[in-house]
Design a binder for this molecule. Structure first.
Ligand code: 4GX
Length: 222
């Protein structure tokens, strides 16, 4: 998969996408990721990317010209153009699965109060929010989307990582787990887990996953 990102803060992307599984995906060519600075498509001395909203009001908006020029120069058919903003539809695992089917993504991130509406109307195929809270800019949301999508690409996760993942895709939260030592500072591992009774362990884990989901995420219970 090819992913291009358009941002005012390219330096924010160094680090999170250069580690671990995403690094491996890049090194093996499963992911071709390029980060682009929106200011590279300005033409004035001050590299102006923003301006005041018509009609007044607080804050600044990203001007359409640099974004249009950037998207037009970066967009290869069939790239899907995705805006990151708090007004988007809420990103989740099923949207991550949809995006993982694409060959080419162009993520456009804003800051200030957002985009001139013509960007949304004319350039965007989709608009996503990573959740109902306010961030300072769209770089972290773009990285969240990249991370969630890339780990779903065939070959990116090792066999162990993927089969572990499948066992949790039954719509419940993870059951509690312990590793050695069997007793730590007086806290003991539940007896059933050291019993060797595999059917018993499975039943106990299902119950625990359900209890935890009811308590923490009642919205996930049908
Ligand atoms: N999920 N932000 C984007 C600027 C902005 C405002 C309006 C477009 C339209 C966020 C989120 C998020 C803060 C990133 C405002 N851009 N983005 N930024 N939550 O809070 O995606």
């Amino acid at each position: 998969m090819k992913i291009d990102v358009l941002t005012l803060f390219p330096a924010m992307f160094a680090g999170p996408l250069d580690e671990s599984i995403i690094k491996r995906a890049r090194d093996t060519g499963l992911l071709e990721l390029k980060i682009h600075n929106l200011r590279d498509w300005t033409h004035d001395r001050h590299k102006t990317v923003d301006d005041r909203p018509f009609g007044g009001g607080p804050g600044m908006l990203l001007k359409p010209e640099p974004i249009f020029e950037a998207v037009e120069s970066l967009k290869r058919e069939p790239a899907k153009v995705v805006l990151l903003s708090p007004s988007g539809r809420k990103f989740d695992q099923s949207i991550a699965r949809e995006l993982a089917k694409e060959t080419d993504l162009l993520l456009v991130t804003g800051h200030y109060e957002g985009f001139d509406e013509r960007v949304r109307e004319t350039l965007a195929d989709d608009e996503l929010s990573i959740g109902d809270y306010v961030l300072t800019n769209g770089a972290l949301p773009a990285m969240v989307v990249i991370d969630a999508v890339v780990r779903l690409l065939p070959g990116v996760l090792g066999d162990d990582e993927s089969s572990r993942d499948e066992s949790f895709s039954h719509g419940l939260l993870e059951y509690p787990q312990w590793t050695r030592p069997a007793e730590f500072r007086g806290m003991k591992v539940p007896e059933v887990l050291v019993s060797g009774n595999h059917a018993g362990i499975e039943k106990w884990r299902r119950e625990q996953a359900k209890l935890r989901t009811e308590k923490q995420r009642p919205d996930l219970m049908e």
